[in-house]
Design a protein around this ligand. Sequence first.
Ligand code: CMP
Length: 139
Amino acid sequence: MTEHTFSILKPDATRRNLTGAVNAVIEAAGLRIVAQKRIHMTTAQAGKFYEVHSERPFFGELVEFMTSGPVVVQVLEGENAVARYREVMGATNPANADEGTIRKLFAESVGENTVHGSDSQDNAALEIAQFFSGLEIVG
Ligand code: CMP
């Protein structure tokens, strides 16, 4: 089934000029980038986006990192895009990520792990709506 998922190329990726390298892995995996923009998240935006983690000990660090530099927010389209992108990203902790995954190739640590991808279709819809209008998604 053709789906959309939400992706973020995190500040560690933009800092190291890896936008194109990460996008090449995404496209080689058969996912299509149907919306993309580079933004600098505010603390309010990052806090809202990661609200589900607000009680976690790393929440402050996570918000600080996600606002430390530009990010690239994206909508990816493809067959089973949510699950497919999670495979392509690899495990949250790059130490556990499979060969060839984005996090194995590029991530620096569990916090600075290069990419975010939605964990369900419901969350994908919510996350996409936080950053994109329907007009910006061009499939
Ligand atoms: P992400 O998929 O963006 O969703 C939540 C993020 O929290 C996760 O990726 C990690 O980057 C981050 N995270 C998870 N565990 C830790 C941790 N122990 N320390 C710092 N950040 C973490």
